[in-house]
Design a protein around this ligand. Structure first.
Ligand SMILES: Cc1ncc(COP(=O)(O)O)c(C=O)c1O
Length: 411
C-alpha cells in the first residue's frame, strides 16, 4: 500500500493532518516545541538568549529546591531510579508510598488518598473506575482534556455524558433536573478548580449546593489551585470554604509541586474502590520511590513556608493590576494565572507577537490557541511564580504595551 493512497492508515501522517497541524509544519523548536535551557526558574535561556520565563507553572519556586533534591539523591543512592518494580497491586508499593498518601489525605482534609503516576492518567483512572453503566457524568465545557477524555472513556450510552456551558450554573441545574426526571443511577459532576488557561475560578460553592440538591457527587481537579489557593494552600475548596463538600479532591504534582504524578483524596471506602478498579493503577507501574519520597519532602516545604504563596500573590496581584491599568484585557482571572487576550487573529499575527516578545524584549510567554482554547481565541498566558520580581513584571508590561501597538497596526 502507498502512503499517497487515502485508504492507507498512514496517509494522514504524510498529509500532516491532526492537532496543531498549523504550527507543527515548522519543526523549528521555536514556535513548535521550544527548548528552554538552564536551571528551572523565572530566568532561563532560550535560543542562546536569557529570558524572563512566564511559562513553567513553578508557582511556589520549588523546582530544584534543596530538600526534595537531597531526598531524591538519598533514594537514588540506596535504591536507584526504578524501585519499586511493578504495578501497585503486585509488587510496586512501599511503606513510604503509604506514608506519603496519608500525608496527602491529611493535607486535603480527607480520610484517604491514592497516588497516580501522572495527573492526566489519574483523572482518567478516577472517572472510569467510579462510573458504572447506569451513571451519568456532567462536566464543564472548558474542562481540561483529561476530564473530557476520562468522561468519554467512562461512558457508552447516549446522554450518559453531559456538558454544561462554562461556569453556567443555570445550565448545570437544567441538566441535573432533566437527569433526575428519569434517574437510573448516580451522577458525577467534574470540574477544574482553576481553569489553567484563563485563571478563572470554578464556582464551587454553587456547584456544591447543586450537587447536594440533586444528590450528585463532585470531583474537582485542582491542578492549578493546590498550594496556591486558600489560607493554608489547601486549594480552591479551601479558598471558597467548601473543601469538606468536595467528594473527590484531585491534583497533579506537575505544577506547584514541580514534580510528576498526581493524587486523589476522599472517603476511605471510595479511595479503596478506586485503588482496586482504576486501570492506570492496576495495569501500569507505580510512581517510583525517587519521585514519591521527593514529593513528600516538597509537601513539607509547602506546609512550612507559606511565605512562598504570599510572595506569589504579591507578584500576581501587582502584574494583574498593571495590565488592567494599561488597558489590557486579562479576562476574568481571580487566580495568579494571567491571560492576556490580544485582539489579533491568524497564525502570522500570533507568531509575530511571540517573535517580537522573545527577540526584542527577551520575554518567553506561551501563546495559547485552539485546540487548547476554543476556536478564534488567542491569548498569551503568563504564569507568575514567587521567584519572579517586580522588575520582571515592569519589563513585561512595557514589552506588552509596545507589542500591542505594533502588532495591531501591522495586522
Ligand atoms: C487541570 C489539569 N489536570 C490534569 C493535568 C495533567 O497533569 P499531568 O501533567 O500530571 O499529567 C493538567 C496539566 O496540564 C491540568 O492542568
Amino acid at each position: 500500500m502507498q502512503a499517497s493512497d487515502p485508504c492507507d492508515l498512514f496517509h494522514k501522517c504524510y498529509q500532516k493532518e491532526g492537532l496543531f497541524s498549523n504550527v507543527r509544519e515548522g519543526k523549528d523548536n521555536y514556535y513548535a516545541q521550544p527548548i528552554l535551557e538552564g536551571p528551572l526558574g523565572p530566568h532561563m535561556t532560550f535560543n542562546g538568549q536569557k529570558m524572563i520565563v512566564w511559562s513553567i507553572n513553578d508557582y511556589l519556586g520549588l523546582a530544584g529546591h534543596p530538600e526534595p533534591t537531597a531526598r531524591a539523591k538519598e533514594v537514588l543512592e540506596a535504591f536507584g531510579t526504578a524501585y519499586p518494580m511493578g504495578a501497585r497491586l503486585m509488587s510496586g508499593f512501599t511503606q513510604n508510598h503509604q506514608t506519603f498518601e496519608a500525608k496527602l489525605a491529611k493535607f486535603a482534609q480527607k480520610e484517604s488518598a491514592l497516588l497516580f503516576n501522572y495527573g492526566y492518567l489519574g483523572v482518567l483512572g478516577v472517572i472510569t473506575s467510579i462510573m458504572g453503566p447506569r451513571d451519568t457524568v456532567i462536566i464543564d465545557h472548558d474542562s481540561h482534556a483529561c476530564i473530557v477524555d476520562g468522561a468519554k472513556l467512562a461512558t457508552t450510552r447516549r446522554n450518559q455524558f453531559r456538558v454544561f456551558r462554562h461556569n453556567d450554573m443555570d445550565h448545570l441545574e437544567k441538566i441535573l433536573k432533566s437527569i433526575n426526571q428519569d434517574r437510573k443511577g448516580g451522577i458525577l459532576i467534574v470540574t477544574d478548580g482553576i481553569y489553567g488557561m484563563t485563571g478563572e475560578v470554578a464556582p464551587l460553592k454553587e456547584i456544591c449546593a447543586l450537587k447536594e440538591k440533586y444528590n450528585a457527587r463532585l470531583l474537582v481537579d485542582d491542578a492549578h489551585g493546590i498550594g496556591i489557593m486558600g489560607a493554608t494552600g489547601r486549594g480552591t475548596g479551601e479558598h471558597l470554604g467548601v473543601q469538606d463538600k468536595i467528594d473527590l479532591y484531585f491534583s497533579t504534582f506537575a505544577k506547584c509541586f514541580a514534580g510528576i504524578g498526581g493524587f486523589v483524596a476522599g472517603d476511605k471506602e471510595i479511595i479503596e474502590h478506586i485503588t482496586w478498579n482504576a486501570r492506570p493503577v492496576i495495569f501500569a507501574k507505580n510512581l517510583p520511590l525517587i519521585y514519591s519520597d521527593s514529593l513528600s519532602a516538597t509537601l513539607d516545604v509547602i506546609e512550612r513556608e507559606p511565605e512562598r504563596r504570599e510572595k506569589l500573590w504579591e507578584i500576581a496581584t501587582y502584574m494583574q493590576r498593571r495590565f488592567k491599568e494599561e488597558g489590557f484585557d486579562i479576562g476574568n482571572t481571580t487566580s495568579p494565572i494571567t491571560p492576556v487576550f490580544l485582539s489579533i487573529s491568524g497564525l502570522e499575527a500570533i507568531k509575530d507577537a511571540i517573535h517580537i516578545l522573545r527577540e526584542e524584549f527577551h520575554i518567553f510567554a506561551s501563546g495559547v490557541m485552539y485546540p487548547v482554547v476554543p476556536r478564534g481565541v488567542f491569548l498569551l498566558r503568563l504564569v507568575p511564580s514567587c521567584r519572579h520580581t517586580f522588575d520582571d513584571v515592569n519589563k513585561t508590561i512595557e514589552a506588552f504595551i509596545q507589542i500591542k501597538e505594533r502588532i495591531i497596526k501591522k495586522h
